[in-house]
Design a protein around this ligand. Structure first.
Ligand code: SF4
Length: 333
């Protein structure tokens, strides 16, 4: 066990809304929201979500459109659909109860290795490690691993390290062995959260604060006097693709012309229609990035009457690009 880590976590952990409730559903929702999204960005979404869908039953009863509306802005909308589908199945098969082991949790739609381990350890005290980007970074520095951030070997090494720590945690479940893990909150979930918290707040990507780190005395990066910021090594990035789109804008009072996407990214979400070639007056250009694409959207104002039905934009889930266009064009028209 790394001395001091759990004590540090118990004393210093951030007061996050999903940590204030002992509810597997809340942990599940927060873990799904936190994938690829910063904690600060997730907090208001989580609070709104829990106010509207306070339990699995409320989520299962909601329409997909309403679920997507509460997700709009978080991106990667498949996550919201999977939450919704899984809630529906849980209500049908287990009266809304979440499974209690990582193996069973992985049978839920959209719950993979990471999320299942997080829920099982935090809510049900299963001694299984969680490996996210923060844990990988701490492991790369603590163990001084000359590996790239996206190298599968780093994931395996961090997982192995975590399993070793978990084994020590279980073995030390004897009073008197390790002072810090005798505390009530010092269990499997706390160990996982401690490592993730350390990576998020102290062992940060660019400026690790080793002087404040509770595990610095055992850290190889410190012992070998290397710059921890050089670890893990830089990942090879997927090159960006450049995409140019033409969209049309038409507004009539509080309504505007929107279309529901049926394919490509963000199916089910709404945005102004795309056209092959620009028509009418170009009113703005909007830059947007999504999954390795850099998009430049040219927006053209459509004049004259429109036969297609118009939609109040706050009644439907919008794509990120649509929200940017709306912010610019709503003022301009
Ligand atoms: S001592 Fe520094 S490099 Fe090592 S784990 Fe702590 S913050 Fe990271």
């Amino acid at each position: 066990m790394i001395p001091g880590l759990l004590t540090w976590f118990v004393d210093r952990r951030r007061n996050l809304p999903w940590r204030r409730v002992a509810d597997p559903y809340a942990t599940w929702v927060s873990e799904i929201m936190l994938q690829q999204t910063r904690v600060e960005a997730v907090i208001p979404y989580f609070e709104r979500w829990m106010a509207r869908f306070p339990d699995v039953h409320a989520l299962a009863r909601a329409s997909e459109e309403e679920v997507l509306q509460h997700w709009a802005g978080l991106g990667y909308y498949r996550r919201a659909r999977f939450l919704h589908q899984a809630a529906f199945r849980l209500v049908k098969e287990s009266n809304g109860e979440l499974p209690r082991t990582s193996a069973e949790l992985q049978k839920m739609t959209g719950v993979g290795e990471y999320t299942s381990a997080a829920i099982a350890s935090i809510c049900f005290d299963e001694a299984i490690p969680v490996v996210d980007g923060n844990v990988k970074r701490v492991a790369a520095r603590f163990l001084l691993l000359d590996l790239a951030a996206n190298d599968r070997k780093l994931h395996r090494a961090a997982d192995e390290w975590g399993r070793g720590l978990m084994a020590q945690l279980v073995a030390a479940d004897n009073p008197g062995q390790h002072e810090e893990i005798e505390q009530k909150s010092a269990r499997a979930g706390a160990l996982n959260e401690a490592l993730m918290e350390l990576g998020a707040t102290i062992c940060t990507p660019r400026s690790p604060q080793c002087a404040l780190c509770p595990i610095r005395f055992a850290c190889k990066a410190v012992k070998k006097d290397v710059d921890p910021a050089d670890y893990p090594r830089s990942a090879k990035r997927t090159p960006w693709k450049v995409l140019e789109l033409n969209l049309i804008w038409h507004q009539d009072g509080p309504l505007c012309l929107l279309q529901q996407r049926t394919e490509g990214w963000n199916p089910g979400l709404w945005e102004p229609p795309t056209v092959e070639q620009g028509i009418g007056e170009e009113i703005c250009q909007v830059k947007h990035t999504i999954t390795h694409h850099r998009i430049t959207a040219r927006v053209f104002k459509l004049r004259g009457p429109v036969s297609a039905p118009l939609t109040p934009p706050d009644a439907v889930p919008l794509t990120g690009l649509a929200r940017k266009i709306l912010a610019m064009c709503w003022k301009a028209c």
